[in-house]
Design a protein around this ligand. Structure first.
Ligand code: NDP
Ligand code: 2IT
Length: 463
């Protein structure tokens, strides 16, 4: 018999002082406990004890010289979590909060997320406690080069393929790729999120945000709801938030909030195309603050030091960072009548917040399912690199849509108690779920992602 609470005691003892990692493991094991107990083959040969242990963790020193000639030191990491179904794959995060606990939670979830995409990718994550805010372009470049001076020996197109995450976008991927190419004398698909002219894929910048909305639309359909006319609160204003906003407004929703680490803006008239262009330039080119939105557009208000969850909306899309919605925030969202929460960020809801959603029976999509579009298109970028080909925007977008629909289907299938075969209409939508079944998307994503990884590990022996 598998007892998730007992198992968690073991994980805690083995991983002291890693609260984020423990949180991710807890969310996982509690939700898969009944499944494991009726599929005991997954309890053999310490499979669970192995799956929560990264295959390899690399930690290194990153020295670099700032614009004043001072030597700065940061910590660099790559957590190679699981390679059962493909090379390690996952982003690099540059943020002052980065530590082993955060990267281990991200790597752990990445393994299941990547499995859900249906593409052959293992799980990994890395980064640095480097804070990119207020750094010059030269400083960013020198930091990226120094980071790669160590990382290059651990990665490769068939070994480990990093990408972007918080603080790592097109500019940083460019500098990292340039240095890798120089050190190895090799032009390969070792990183994803590359520029279009040098091996990048169409739709990769858009993929996480667009995929989130494609997943949300599928989820809404199960309750005979649609996105048109719904008000949406989005947090963050970076890559994921920008393209979630773009797709949401294209499909007729009204996005009324955006945020950054200093505060949020509320725009009752909704973000339109022109305002979104302003945000893209502000955050991705000028690296400015979201409060400038409220200074630029009359009618918009800025709330310093606050999070957008106090605004009354139909749908909440957290797209900034982990634990940005706690129990109290979740209660406010529910009291204000929110019908769906879909995560663009990784683990933005605390486990207590998730309980609040589940008790209120609102639609809730965990990040490892709903934000998988980004890594899915990274997988497509790897395929295109191997083929030495480039697919059109339309082709990649179509593939992304299909992948998100499939992830939704898998999640529903394993999120229903009986693992029932559900009706699929001509468009591939799942019909009548609301009336027939209650879907637990947390359980569905965890079991749906786990099975393939676990089967591969069983087949490959004790490794
Ligand atoms: P960006 O760096 O482009 O944007 C991050 C945004 O979140 C910024 O607005 C930033 O504000 C805000 N933010 C970051 N940290 C905090 C914090 N501690 N408190 C409040 N706000 C914060 O990152 P992405 O958009 O790429 O990533 C956002 C989330 O989505 C992350 O959880 C990431 O792991 C997840 N994700 C990203 C994918 C991708 O393809 N990029 C794929 C799947 C998930 P500020 O400008 O003030 O720093
Ligand atoms: O969390 C994530 O899935 C990402 N940051 C994207 C990873 C990737 O390899 O594209």
């Amino acid at each position: 018999m598998f007892d998730s609470l007992k198992f968690l005691e073991y994980v805690k003892k083995k991983n002291p002082n890693q609260p984020e990692f423990l949180q991710a493991v807890e969310e996982f094991v509690v939700s898969v406990e009944p499944f494991l107990n009726s599929n005991e083959k997954y309890l053999n040969k310490s499979l669970l004890e192995r799956i929560i242990e990264p295959e390899r963790v690399v930690m290194f020193r990153v020295p670099w010289v700032d614009d004043n000639g001072n030597v700065q030191i940061n910590k660099g990491y790559r957590v190679e979590f699981n390679s059962a179904i493909g090379p390690y794959k996952g982003g690099l995060r540059f943020h002052e909060s980065v530590n082993l606990s955060i990267l281990k939670f991200l790597g752990f979830e990445q393994a299941f997320k990547n499995s859900l995409t249906g593409l052959p990718m293992g799980g990994g994550k890395g980064g640095s406690d480097f804070d990119p805010h207020n750094k010059s372009d030269g400083e960013i470049m020198r930091f990226c080069q120094s980071f790669m001076n160590e990382l290059y020996r651990h990665i490769g197109p068939n070994t480990d393929v990093p990408a972007g995450d918080i603080g790592v976008g097109a500019r940083e991927i460019g500098y990292l790729f340039g240095q890798y190419k120089r050190l190895r004398n090799e032009f390969t698909g070792v990183l994803t999120g590359k520029g279009l002219e040098w091996g990048g894929s169409n739709i990769r910048p858009e993929a996480t945000g667009y995929g989130l909305i494609y997943f949300l639309v599928e989820m809404l359909k199960t309750r005979e709801e649609e996105l048109v006319g719904k008000t949406v609160a989005i947090s963050g204003s970076g890559n994921v938030a920008q393209y979630a906003t773009e797709k949401a407004i294209e499909l007729g929703a009204q996005v009324v909030t955006l945020s950054d680490s200093n505060g949020y803006v509320y725009d009752s008239a909704g973000v339109d195309k022109e305002k979104l262009e302003f945000v893209k330039k502000l955050k991705s080119v000028k690296h400015g603050r979201i409060k400038e939105y409220a200074e630029k557009f009359s009618g918009a208000e800025y709330f310093e030091g606050k999070k957008p969850w106090e605004v009354k909306v139909d749908i909440a899309l957290p797209c900034a960072t982990q634990n940005e919605i706690d129990e109290k925030d979740a209660k406010v969202l529910v009291e204000n009548g929110v019908i769906a929460v879909a995560e663009g960020a990784n683990m933005p809801s605390t486990n207590e917040a998730i309980k609040v959603y589940q008790e209120a029976d609102i639609l809730y999509a965990p990040g490892k399912a709903s934000n998988a579009g980004g890594v899915a298109v990274s997988g497509l970028e790897m395929s295109q690199n191997s083929l030495r080909m480039a697919w059109s925007r339309e082709e990649v977008d179509q593939k992304l849509k299909e992948i998100m629909k499939n992830i939704h289907k898998t999640t529903v299938r394993y999120g229903i108690d009986e693992f029932a075969d559900v009706d699929v209409n001509e468009e591939g939508a799942l019909e009548g779920i609301r009336t027939k079944y209650k879907v637990d998307y947390v359980k569905g994503a965890n079991i749906g992602g786990f099975i393939k990884v676990a089967n591969a590990m069983r087949a490959q022996g004790i490794v």
